[in-house]
Design a binder for this molecule. Structure first.
Ligand code: NI
Ligand code: MN
Length: 226
């Protein structure tokens, strides 16, 4: 499993022999590298919700690659009207893809496209195969529903959680979330991209360390191999 961070909540993850691109919004992120947009060539694009800081480059990337979209029903329908192929899902459902199983889980947030179109309920994804299992939380508050993940999915190897506060969980709630989903290794996302979500890196990592957990904060375009 190879996890490449592209800023905010955008990750390119090599999993089960496929390249999965999550929440591509590089052009909407002032601290990301715009030149990377055309180099990613994903096999699948997974969208957690419709907000611009997650969806900004999805149309362009989906049109310029053979990638298939995986998202909630209404978001897949929105892109379907633009001629883009996708696999519609909804909260609580799972499906076996070539790379592994995707289970769609609850996220507590909002979801509307920048043009005002309905983006339905925001979601998170738990993705697993024989080798590994990870959770991509999307934008979410801390929610009791996270306790369902260990009851319904294989043991998590890593969880990607938002930590920037203001629009999503902050670092203290993310620490509780890591308990709820029973995962020791957390990759932070949704931080530093703009003013409301700037975090203190050392303080955040030390908070996790004090509870015998690991918080990984990747630099933009940094790759983590697991
Ligand atoms: Ni959002
Ligand atoms: Mn967001």
């Amino acid at each position: 499993m190879k996890i490449r961070f592209l800023g905010q909540s955008c990750f390119l993850i090599h999993f089960g022999g496929k390249k999965l691109l999550f929440d591509p919004a590089i052009s909407a992120n002032p601290i990301a590298n715009n030149e990377l947009i055309n180099t990613l060539n994903p096999d699948f694009v997974l969208l957690s919700h419709a907000h611009g800081d997650h969806s900004a480059d999805a149309e362009k990337i989906l049109k310029n690659s053979s990638a298939k979209l995986i998202s909630n029903y209404e978001i897949v329908d929105y892109y379907g009207k633009l001629g883009i192929e996708g696999h519609p899902m909804n909260i609580g459902g799972k499906w076996e893809f070539e790379f592994g199983t995707v289970k769609v889980v609850n996220a507590v947030h909002s979801s509307v496209f920048p043009d005002g179109s309905y983006g339905s309920n925001p979601v998170g994804f738990v993705i697993y195969n024989q080798e590994a299992c990870f959770y991509f939380a999307g934008d979410t508050a801390l929610t009791m529903d996270m306790k369902l993940i260990p009851l319904t999915c294989p043991k998590l190897d890593v969880a990607i959680l938002p930590i920037g506060d203001n629009f999503t969980m902050g670092i203290d709630d993310a620490l509780i979330a890591s308990d709820f989903v029973e995962c020791q290794k957390i990759i932070g996302c949704h931080f530093d991209s703009f003013g409301f979500i700037k975090i203190d890196h050392e303080q955040s990592k030390n908070l996790f360390k004090s509870k015998d957990k690991e918080l990984i904060l990747l630099e933009i375009d940094e790759v983590l191999e697991m």
